[in-house]
Design a protein around this ligand. Structure first.
Ligand code: PFF
Length: 462
């Protein structure tokens, strides 16, 4: 263990894992999904799934990681089930694919920080012109990847943990500042009402389905990121309380992000808020226009703060995405951490180029694929999102939990969780996991996986 490094304390692990969880998914994805899913009703369903579906998966990933002391692939070997290490390989591949596009979006946010900071609100009027300027946005993306590789190369306690301990509190501080500002805008309350008062007539199968997927992605589950981080956790730390705190931090920050964004939207829509625009527009077009309408130095400061905040949130997530393949290379191929970090960052950057150029610059990658029964074409970036986030993560999560409950066996999970958690034996959590892990969670995750494939790629209508 000593040669692999480790977190310096339970708090260090929680900060790093919460940093992985809190990212674009919370500040951009969550408000957008709430808007598309009819407001508060989505929030309720989302909260339910975080605890019912995701919490057990998180505990399982951390327990597998800590018991094995290895990366996402090596963990299966170390537990004596080499045949199952394909699950870890899907995880490493997912990490690489997700990072490849996630970094492109983080690069946009980085670029917007400068643009809005210097008062150029017009950048939002033609978002495609911004993303098509691939040399500029490619440079922002490259700087972001360099920052990620630098942190990962510095190791677990000296790099990942240290960065999270600085970035996470800064992010919370900035987000609270923006919430306070937005709450005082005219018509802020209409936004909050949409966000917080559930309209049960909007409840639908789609809401349930999207809330499950969003919760899963937001908590960084299904690709072994938490197996990897779990492998650096001390034996005396309490896995159950750590997982609870990570989940609460993630849900809490997503919730506060909504408290910031919906008042802004209420303000711009003059109180007549019925829904929220989707895709990149919400963050990269609508919000900057709001900052622009506030204008002047205040608008610039608000805009630059918002995008800096998005960068901070994204950075602790990109670090965890890169750590999955890096720790695989370090453990299994004996590369030094520094070499592995820079090599992998370079490879992922190159894999991300089609996502970078597929937003207006290259027609081929912008109109990359037409799914069955789809009316429009999907660009390369969205294709990778559909493949890795929407399909591989639930599949990976399903296989990890199935493996843990049926192959590695529940007694072994319980034994690992009990170390550092003296009350676990008699707890409700233990009873719940004995139903959730073998049956409930794999069935729900298999359902999300199958439905995603059918709905997204084959245009099946439910
Ligand atoms: N949880 C991150 C977010 O919400 O933006 C994304 C993510 C990071 C997913 C790390 C998966 C992962 F392993």
């Amino acid at each position: 263990m000593a040669s692999r490094g480790g977190f310096s304390s339970k708090a260090g692990f929680i900060a790093a894992a919460a940093g992985s969880a809190v990212g674009l998914g919370n500040i951009w994805g969550f408000p957008y999904e709430v808007g598309a899913g009819g407001g508060a009703i989505f929030v309720l369903v989302y909260l339910f799934f975080c605890f019912v579906l995701c919490f057990p998966v998180m505990i399982t990933e951390i327990a597998i990681g800590r018991k094995s002391g290895r990366n996402a692939v090596g963990a299966f070997n170390a537990l004596g089930h080499k045949k199952w290490n394909f699950v870890g390989k899907i995880g490493v591949l997912s990490g690489i694919l997700i990072l490849s596009f996630y970094n492109v979006i983080a690069g946009w946010a980085f670029g917007y920080t400068f643009q809005l900071g210097s008062g150029n609100f017009a950048v939002a009027d033609n978002f495609t012109a911004f993303t098509s300027n691939v040399f500029e946005v490619g440079t922002y993306g490259m700087l972001f990847m360099i920052a990620t590789a630098f942190i990962v190369s510095k190791g677990i306690s000296g790099g990942i943990e240290k960065a999270a301990k600085i970035l996470l509190p800064t992010l919370i501080f900035m987000i609270l500042g923006l919430v306070i500002y937005s709450l005082f805008l005219p018509n802020a309350m209409s936004g909050l009402k949409f966000y917080l008062l559930p309209d049960f007539s909007k409840f639908s199968f789609n809401v349930v389905f999207n809330a499950m997927g969003q919760a899963f992605f937001s908590l960084s589950l299904g690709m072994g990121a938490l197996i990897t981080y779990g492998s650096y956790v001390g034996k005396n730390d309490n896995i159950v309380s750590s997982a609870a705190l990570i989940t609460l931090a993630d849900v809490g920050i997503a919730f506060i992000a909504g408290m910031m964004i919906f008042p802004f939207i209420g303000y711009i829509s003059n109180g007549e808020l019925t829904g929220v625009g989707g895709g990149p527009e919400l963050i990269f077009v609508t919000l900057p226009q709001i900052f622009g309408s506030i204008g002047g130095v205040t608008g610039s400061i608000l805009g630059a703060s918002f995008f800096a905040l998005l960068c901070f949130a994204a950075l602790t997530s990109t670090v965890s995405l890169l750590e999955v393949p890096v720790s695989y290379l370090v453990d299994e191929y004996k590369l030094t951490r520094t070499k592995a970090a820079w090599l992998m960052a370079g490879i992922v950057y190159v894999i991300g180029i089609p996502s970078l150029v597929g937003n207006g610059y290259s027609e081929y990658f912008t109109e990359f694929i037409q799914y069955f029964n789809a009316e429009t074409k999907t660009n390369f970036l969205s294709f990778v999102v559909n493949l890795a986030n929407d399909s591989f993560l639930p599949l990976g999560g399903c296989l990890i939990v199935f493996f843990a409950a049926h192959i590695w066996k529940k007694e072994n999970i319980d034994a690992e969780i009990s170390i550092g958690a003296p009350n676990y034996e008699k707890s409700f959590v233990k009873k719940y996991l004995s139903i959730a892990l073998p049956y409930l969670v794999p069935i729900l995750l298999a359902t999300i996986f199958i439905m995603t494939v059918l709905v997204t790629f084959f245009g099946v209508d439910f």
